[in-house]
Design a protein around this ligand. Sequence first.
Ligand code: PEP
Length: 252
Amino acid sequence: MRKKIIAGNWKMYKDLTESAELLGGLKARAGEIPSGVTLVVCPPYTSLALAGATMKETPIKVGGQNMSEHDEGAFTGEISAKMLKSTGCEFVILGHSERRQYNGETNEGVNRKARKALAAGLRPIICVGETLAEREGGVTESVVGTQVRGCLDGLGDRMENVVVAYEPVWAIGTGKTATPAQAQEVHAFIRKTVEEMFGPSVAGNLVIQYGGSVKPDNSADLLGQKDIDGALVGGACLKADSFMQIAKSALR
Ligand code: PEP
């Protein structure tokens, strides 16, 4: 059975003091996380070392929200995979739609970053998803299929460490959630695409998260779908209570 992975993307929220408060709140409740669930916090870079130190003796994992495709060098403002690792990170979110939209990230660039992440021992959470115009234009599968093929190209022998997050862009931060059936349909399509790329065993073991306005009141229905193996949570991860409620709903 695939383990459920619930990751919280803090985005550009929480300074160091606020981060300490949220991390402390989560750590205090770590015992409530069901055993088949992995909980991951992805704070901003400035709070990663604190998160790594706080969660060291707990089951809660830490992830970055992005990283450079380069090992090191004159890349002002960038952070390498090795730097993320040194803070205690085990995961890194790659290709989030906000980075695709505001920072021009492409499938090819995400693929290069994923290779670097895996080589450094980080588990990439690779985000894919269609815009509202694409869904309404009936091209969801062609868009998501192209993203999956581009981002995962050549990763076959390391796929056990890869997580894919299906995040319909129209559902991120909007309060509009895909229905469980809509999400399940795309998740099944992603698994089929991965099966075509790497075979049934890799596809069967792949953790595919859903992201897009996941909240405690809709998480159980979404996470109860056959091909939904976790969630990438934005807004609702900024409070320990709602994030924990989502984690607990994953294995009902
Ligand atoms: C996200 O940032 O990945 C996300 C899904 O955000 P929200 O849960 O706020 O829609």
